[in-house]
Design a protein around this ligand. Structure first.
Ligand code: ADP
Length: 255
């Protein structure tokens, strides 16, 4: 893969009460820097702003009200970017913040502008770091939706990426929620998203993340239509990104 989009889920980037896992961020930056040195084009989609904001504003764990979460996102996004900037500065790489809403994709003009600016950043060797603009957009913030899964698939599709990597707190897609069923079986490869596969995407058990598997399966559909492969893998695996790029079979690969 030459162009790759990497999405870091809330569960991977934050600790239990929302604070950032900076060691993990540094590890991601080191892998991306290595890919960059090989001439790969990498776009990062990073969740985590809401948790950081909640932490800073001392709102306690997991407030549910949407306006409060939007306020927290606005507070947290700066810190999130600051930490990414620090992590990448070790490798002399610049980062750019891009905040998107779904409307960014629906109008041809905004979409073309978006594509031009991301392409230009890549040309200049900058790492674009995308997040949903949670302050103006309620889609993904709502507990039943998103967490950047579909957004990252739309970015991968519009940027004509070869691969989307979703890093999560789970090894991949199982035939049922492994946190609730001990006998759940991990799927290594999914070549077609059948109704059976879709039925595996139950609601998330984690309270930090919001999307669960349903939105990841939706993301796989978007990728599939765009001819982009997708991998779901566990962010706790050492060098997970590099292993996936080298074709090692970790996680679930959606063809
Ligand atoms: P992220 O923040 O990385 O997007 P989510 O919490 O939104 O993570 O989604 C991952 C969670 O989805 C897993 O921790 C697991 O509890 C849940 N889940 C539900 N059904 C499945 C399944 N069939 N296979 C794997 N995980 C599942």
């Amino acid at each position: 893969a030459k162009k790759v989009v990497i999405k870091i889920g809330t569960t991977s980037i934050s600790n239990d009460c929302g604070g950032l896992n900076e060691e993990f961020m540094k590890h991601v930056a080191s892998q991306i820097a290595y890919l960059h040195s090989l001439g790969k084009e990498v776009i990062l989609v990073s969740s985590g702003s809401i948790g950081v904001g909640i932490d800073l504003m001392q709102l306690g764990c997991k407030p549910r009200e949407i306006p409060v979460r939007q306020a927290a996102a606005a507070v947290g996004q700066n810190i999130l970017m600051q930490k990414w900037m620090e992590a990448f500065s070790t490798y002399d790489l610049n980062v750019a913040q891009i905040l998107l809403t779904y409307d960014s994709f629906t109008s041809r003009l905004t979409y073309l502008n978006l594509r031009n600016s991301i392409s230009t950043l890549l040309e200049y060797g900058v790492i674009p770091i995308i997040n949903e603009n949670d302050s103006t957009c309620v889609h993904e913030i709502e507990a039943t939706l998103g967490d950047n899964d579909r957004l990252s698939a739309m970015v991968a599709s519009k940027m004509e990426a070869d691969l989307l990597i979703l890093l999560s707190d789970i090894d991949g897609l199982y035939d049922k929620n492994p946190k609730r069923h001990r006998d759940a079986v991990l799927l290594k490869t999914v070549s077609e998203i059948t109704p059976t596969i879709e039925s595996y995407g139950g609601s998330p058990s984690s309270t930090k993340g919001t999307g669960g598997m349903r939105t990841k399966i939706d993301a796989a559909k978007i990728c599939n239509m765009a001819g982009c492969h997708m991998v779901i893998a566990n962010s706790s695996i050492q060098n997970a990104i590099l292993k996936i790029m080298e074709g090692e079979e970790i996680g679930t690969l959606f063809l």
